[in-house]
Design a protein around this ligand. Structure first.
Ligand code: SF4
Length: 305
């Protein structure tokens, strides 16, 4: 993956031990294999020495990190170790499967200033029968308890999730349960996908495949609900000052730069446009007061300090 000089993805493990019915990754990549703590630390040290400020830790399932090598989830230990690396400003954990999101991990994220309070928790659905059929390890009650715990301990946490609509057998009533779940949880960032048949997976052979037009209808309905929620959330940020990692300048207006705060992951989330900024360069970290929040992007102004 090619990334700009100030941000990098670091793979902490390969493969996956889950067997989600819709997913071909375990068939392609095999069982979960963690890299050692020392190996990851050495890579992060090299990246930081080369000027990288934001490290995005990735795996098919980040919260499972270390169970194969060290006999227990070890992500907290890894994070604490990486927080010591000089030059690293932000550590961001992506793809955290809910099952091993431990209390220790929540405490570590809450306590370490360098760890972005950004929780990427792919949940896929919220109806228990669909979750079972998807062969997910968590049910709705466990998911809600985890979300409550995260929010209670890390009030500024931004929670992102992804969902699949149109999984085989998904009824309209089950879809409506998912919709109500999103309405209630008010996630900060959401990705919605229509189910797609992956060759060799159990779901591809299931009965009750949902018609394309029904999937599209559910997709657009969920996206428009989320767009309203995101707009309200971004609107509520107005007046707040956030640290922003500058990523570039507007091509047409020289005095507008853009970048991301801890609230936005690279590539998947929106941007913050910084008005009245003439001096910053990609990779700089600047303070920005939020002026206006829209459904996707945010507009702010540069402030000193
Ligand atoms: S969806 Fe994620 S957790 Fe599930 S099998 Fe695929 S890679 Fe593993």
């Amino acid at each position: 993956m090619t990334t700009p000089a100030y941000t990098a993805y670091v793979k902490i493990a390969e493969g996956c031990d889950h067997r989600c019915a819709f997913c071909a990754i375990p068939l392609i990549r095999g069982r979960y294999r963690s890299r050692t703590l020392e190996d990851i630390r050495a890579e992060v040290e090299r990246l930081a020495a080369a000027g990288v400020k934001e490290i995005n830790l990735i795996a098919q399932d980040s919260t499972n990190y270390g169970r194969d090598l060290y006999g227990a989830p070890t992500l907290s230990r890894l994070l604490r170790m990486l927080c010591q690396v000089e030059g690293v400003r932000w550590l961001r954990i992506l793809y955290a499967y809910p099952r091993f999101f431990t209390d220790e991990l929540i405490e570590t994220i809450a306590a370490e200033p360098k760890i972005c309070k950004y929780i990427d928790l792919p949940l896929q659905h919220a109806h228990d029968a669909v979750l079972r059929s998807m062969r997910r390890a968590d049910d709705r009650a466990m998911i809600e308890a985890l979300l409550d715990k995260i929010r209670a301990r890390i009030p500024e946490a931004v929670i992102r999730s992804t969902f699949i609509v149109g999984f085989p057998g998904e009824t309209d009533a089950q879809y409506q349960t998912l919709r109500r779940f999103l309405e209630k949880q008010r996630f900060d960032q959401v990705g919605v996908f229509t189910y797609s048949q992956e060759e060799g997976t159990p779901a591809a052979a299931m009965g009750g495949q949902v018609a394309e037009d029904v999937m599209q209808e559910r997709y657009h309905d969920l996206m428009s609900l989320q767009s309203k929620i995101s707009e309200e959330t971004n609107h509520s940020l107005e007046g707040r000052v956030l640290e922003v990692l500058v990523e570039g300048r507007d091509e047409e207006q020289e005095n507008i730069a853009y970048g991301r705060s801890y609230r936005e992951a690279p590539e998947v989330d929106g941007q913050i446009y910084i008005e009245g900024d003439t001096g910053s360069r990609p990779g700089d970290m600047v303070k920005v007061r939020i002026l206006q929040g829209f459904a996707y992007d945010i507009v702010g102004e540069r402030v000193e300090g």
